[in-house]
Design a protein around this ligand. Structure first.
Ligand code: HSE
Length: 297
């Protein structure tokens, strides 16, 4: 028995699509799952090595156990070799990837009792963020929104875009970034975001980089979050000065994503300089869009 599960990184929100829009990116965690006599052995290579728990607190292990409990079938002895390329606590969906990898692996091992939709429901119940989870599962651009107990999930057209992503060396947990948000927003700000979101969906579908500068503006979360990370507001300015068209906090941060037709290395370097001026080291990636989503082979 030998399974390989591959899950892409994701960038949620994309400016005005707070908590409902996400894009899968061509950066992947893979997990090789092989049989062993008994018990679960976890090894982690790459991102998160030495940080990610390798015992029963491991998010992938917990997700596998949750699915096993739900379908009422025990897991066999397994070695999970996690080879991670998605940086942890970066705003690029590493938690979603871990949970999804666990559920997809366990579902495959236990006879595919859950449909992909049921896997997504369970993933969101565990991790709480459909705007990362749905694009990580399906690939591409996905609108994912809660409707009471249900999830509304809509895959949307997206052109072959390229992005520069910079992740500063700054610990910002999603719960902290959410705690910075106000309980209420002005009506005018909600209307502002609705208008931008309409523009954004068209611009992403048609690859209209010019429109992205306006379309990625947001008043619901970024104004409250930009001050949380030293140099982040300056990184936005630096990216635009280096000819990025749309710039946004990736998910809840601290990563920043910038869209441009070309010049991605220079845009990333400009953002890294802005973080460096604020005393933060950082890393960068130039990424395309993932269209396949998660796969088990
Ligand atoms: N949309 C979430 C947030 C993050 O911005 O807090 C990822 O799902």
């Amino acid at each position: 028995m030998h399974l390989t599960v591959t899950v892409p990184a994701t960038s949620a929100n994309l400016g005005p699509g707070f908590d409902c829009l996400g894009l899968a990116l061509g950066l992947y965690n893979t997990v090789e799952v092989t049989a062993r006599e008994a018990g679960m052995l976890v090894t982690v290579e790459g991102e998160g090595q030495g940080i990610i728990a390798v015992d029963e607190r491991n998010m992938m292990v917990q997700a596998m156990q949750r699915l096993s409990d739900q379908v009422g079938q025990p897991l066999p002895g397994l070695h999970l070799r996690q080879v991670n390329r998605i940086p942890v606590t970066s705003g690029l969906g590493s938690s979603a990837a871990a949970v999804l990898a666990g559920l997809l692996a366990a579902n495959q091992l236990l006879g595919e009792q859950l449909s992909r939709e049921e896997v997504l429901d369970l993933a969101v119940a565990i991790e709480g963020h459909p705007d990362n989870m749905a694009p990580a599962l399906h690939g591409g651009l996905v609108m994912a929104n809660r409707d009471g107990e249900r999830l509304l999930v809509e895959r949307l057209p997206v052109a072959d875009l390229h992005v520069a992503v910079v992740v500063p060396d700054f610990a910002l947990l999603t719960v902290e970034a959410r705690a910075a948000l106000p309980p209420h927003v002005p009506f005018a700000d909600a209307v502002f975001n609705l208008g931008r979101l309409g523009l954004l969906l068209r611009a992403l579908a048609e690859g209209d980089y010019e429109q992205l500068a306006t379309a990625m503006q947001d008043r619901l979360h970024q104004p409250y979050r930009l001050p949380l990370v030293p140099g982040m507001a300056a990184a936005f300015d630096a990216a635009r000065a280096a000819d990025a068209h749309g710039v946004a906090i990736s998910g809840a941060g601290p990563g920043v994503i910038a869209f441009a037709p070309d010049g991605h290395e220079a845009i990333a370097a400009a953002m890294q300089q802005a973080f460096a001026a604020a005393g933060l080291g950082s890393r960068s990636w130039v990424l395309s869009i993932d269209r396949e989503g998660s796969r088990v082979s």
